[in-house]
Design a protein around this ligand. Structure first.
Ligand code: DAH
Length: 347
């Protein structure tokens, strides 16, 4: 650079370059980078002008310095203003993007709920526990003795055909009924006994109302002077609580090897109130469980004196109760974990 005029022209060029370049900038970061190309103390184009001082005639040096400084001041305030504008715009955009529309409907939070079988099991347990029953959970693998023989169903007994059994070995099997728990309880506790035993049971059986794995709840009461009337009274109370206050109960004669007499328990249809409908197949009654007075032979097998003590027992299927309560006509629906089905059942 030779003289002041050349400097003034250069300053004009730099200002024009700054103004044109600024129009392209969209972020404060870009402003910062662009500013550096002019004002960085080492490489900035304006800062570089000062280094030209040595080529300038002495008498122009003062003006030269003033002009460079003025250009520097101008650029500094120009970039400051630009930076403030850019930051304000960035803030506005951030607020815009973070804006919450409080009139939008809230996102639905999906809660899980208990499986219908668990719900039924809990409801039944609550009812029986409020009547003073303890809970005994047996094991799913049982011996032939506990599942059958001790329950007055020896090897050659025709009642064994009632339950198609999964044998694991000649001695061990998957329990076919929670009744097996009765024997364990009576072997280990002296009367009075009042216990329920819920759990999974297994049978080689598979159709719309049967599944190879299902759940039962067994009940057992043993004390002095227990008879069929106690059973009927307790079942009536139970049925009202689970199916509704107007529910009636009736007993029909039946057969189970471990009870004598044995009964099948029906409740008045809770859908039609007993008039007859599709659910009760027009009869007004629905079968819900098997029960009876504990067979003396079973008491004796467990070391309980049948002259001193007597008892009643009952067994019900939890899937059956759930199907009745929730109007499910295929047992498989309870095991397929299809949310379209399960979502509708929330008790
Ligand atoms: N264990 C029987 C079954 O699985 C149900 C049953 C009937 C249990 C009568 C009992 C009873 O305790 O007394 O079919």
């Amino acid at each position: 650079m030779q003289d002041l005029n050349e400097l003034l022209a250069k300053i004009g060029e730099i200002k024009a370059e700054i103004e044109a370049g600024s129009a392209e900038l969209t972020t404060s970061k870009a402003v910062y980078e662009f500013k550096k190309t002019f004002l960085d103390s080492k490489q900035g184009k304006i800062s570089a002008l000062m280094k030209e001082m040595r080529n300038i005639p002495k008498e122009q040096k003062q003006d030269f310095g003033k002009n460079v400084n003025a250009a520097k001041e101008w650029a500094l305030s120009y970039f400051d203003e630009l930076d403030q504008k850019m930051k304000a715009e960035e803030l506005r955009q951030r607020y815009e993007s973070e804006k919450v529309d409080i009139t939008m409907p809230a996102k639905k939070v999906k809660y899980g709920n208990l499986h219908p079988i668990t719900t039924v099991r809990n409801q039944l347990s609550d009812i029986f526990m409020s009547m003073g029953f303890d809970v005994f959970e047996g094991t799913e693998i049982e011996t032939d003795y506990y599942n059958f023989t001790a329950l007055n169903t020896p090897d050659d007994h025709p009642a064994r055909d009632m339950q198609d059994t999964f044998y694991l070995s000649p001695e061990f099997l998957l329990r076919t009924q929670t009744s097996a728990g009765q024997v364990h309880v009576m072997e280990n506790k002296k009367p009075p006994i009042k216990v329920i035993s819920p759990g999974k049971v297994f049978r080689s059986d598979d159709d719309a109302t049967h599944s190879p794995m299902f759940s039962q709840m067994e009940g057992l009461v043993v004390d002095k002077g227990i008879n069929l009337c106690d059973l009927k009274g307790m079942l009536t109370m139970f049925s009202k609580q689970i199916f509704g206050e107007d529910t009636k109960t009736r007993l029909r004669p039946s057969y189970f090897p471990f009870t004598e007499p044995s009964v099948e328990v029906d409740v008045s249809c809770f859908q039609c109130g007993g008039a007859g409908c599709k659910l009760c197949k027009g009869t007004g009654w629905i079968e819900v469980l098997g029960a009876g007075v504990v067979n003396k032979k079973v008491l004796e097998n467990c070391g309980i004196d049948s002259n001193e003590y007597s008892g009643f027992a009952f067994g019900l299927g939890l899937e059956r109760i759930a199907m009745l309560k929730y109007g499910i006509n295929n047992i498989k629906m309870l095991f397929e974990s299809d949310l379209r089905v399960l979502d509708q059942i929330d008790d």
